[in-house]
Structures are given as structure tokens and as C-alpha cells.
Write a protein that binds this ligand. Structure first.
Ligand code: 2BA
Length: 109
């Protein structure tokens, strides 16, 4: 058994949840926050049999898009000038960041 952890953008999360459910995956959807942008994203926990991992990855890939996001200028007011960014910076946020972990034990009470 494997545990798939997938960090995706909020805009893709409902579509991905629906498609995973339609394909009989068991899913937990968590509200999360990206450390760099400090804005909301969504983390999926998907526990599945080894032979279904490729199908889950395919669905994630098909339903999550990369997007460019602007980081607003950071004001130095009241804070350190070390982190002052005077102009908006564009970063490409990936469609999905995915970890596939082996599951040592699984209990469902
Ligand atoms: P954030 O940490 O908010 O990062 C959003 C996007 O900002 C990243 O997109 C990347 O394009 C950029 N970025 C992140 N750290 C950077 C840095 N030190 N310098 C310059 N640009 C940087 P993605 O790489 O697609 O990541 C999207 C979200 O996935 C991340 O949101 C984070 O929540 C998660 N993530 C990505 N890699 C991870 C990892 N190794 N471990 C845990 N979570 C991760």
C-alpha cells in the first residue's frame, strides 16, 4: 500500500476531488498553506494499493494546471528591510507537488 500526498492549487481541488472519487479512490482533502507564498493551497491524502498509484498520478496530472502568480511587494514598515521586495515578482506555481510514501501499517477501525 502507498500514501500519496499531493499539494495542489485551490482552483483545481474540487475538480480533482470529484474525479478521484469517481475513480473509487479514498481521499482526504486538507486546507494547507504554502511556505513561500504564504497563501492557501490544498493537500490531498490518498491511501491506495500499489497497482493503483499510476492511475492516481495520471488523474492528478490531468486535472492540475501550472499558473503564474504575482507576489505583492513586501512593505518594510515595522519589519526588517532584509526581506523588502519593492516590486511584484511573478512565480510559476506548479500544478501539483506529489510525494508517494510506502505505508508500513494500515488500520481502519
Ligand atoms: P509555496 O511554498 O507557497 O510555493 C509556491 C511557489 O513559489 C512554488 O511552486 C515555486 O514556484 C515558488 N517557490 C517556492 N519556494 C521558492 C524559493 N525558495 N525561491 C523561489 N521560488 C520559490 P511549487 O514548487 O509548484 O510549489 C507549490 C506548493 O507546493 C508550495 O507552495 C508548497 O506548499 C508545496 N511544496 C512544494 N515543494 C514542496 C516540498 N519539497 N515539500 C513540501 N511542500 C512543497
Amino acid at each position: 500500500m502507498k500514501l500519496i500526498l499531493a499539494v495542489v492549487q485551490d482552483q483545481d481541488s474540487n475538480r480533482l476531488l470529484n474525479v478521484l472519487m469517481d475513480n473509487n479512490f479514498r481521499v482526504t482533502k486538507l486546507a494547507s498553506t504554502g511556505g513561500f507564498l504564504k497563501s492557501g493551497n490544498t493537500t490531498f491524502l490518498i491511501g491506495t494499493e500499489d497497482h493503483r498509484v499510476d492511475k492516481a498520478l495520471q488523474l492528478i496530472k490531468e486535472n492540475c494546471k501550472s499558473r503564474d502568480q504575482l507576489i505583492a511587494p513586501v512593505s518594510p514598515m515595522g519589519g526588517s528591510t532584509d526581506s523588502y521586495i519593492p516590486y511584484p515578482v511573478e512565480v510559476e506555481v506548479g500544478g501539483a507537488t506529489v510525494f508517494v510514501l510506502p505505508v508500513e501499517q494500515f488500520y481502519h477501525y
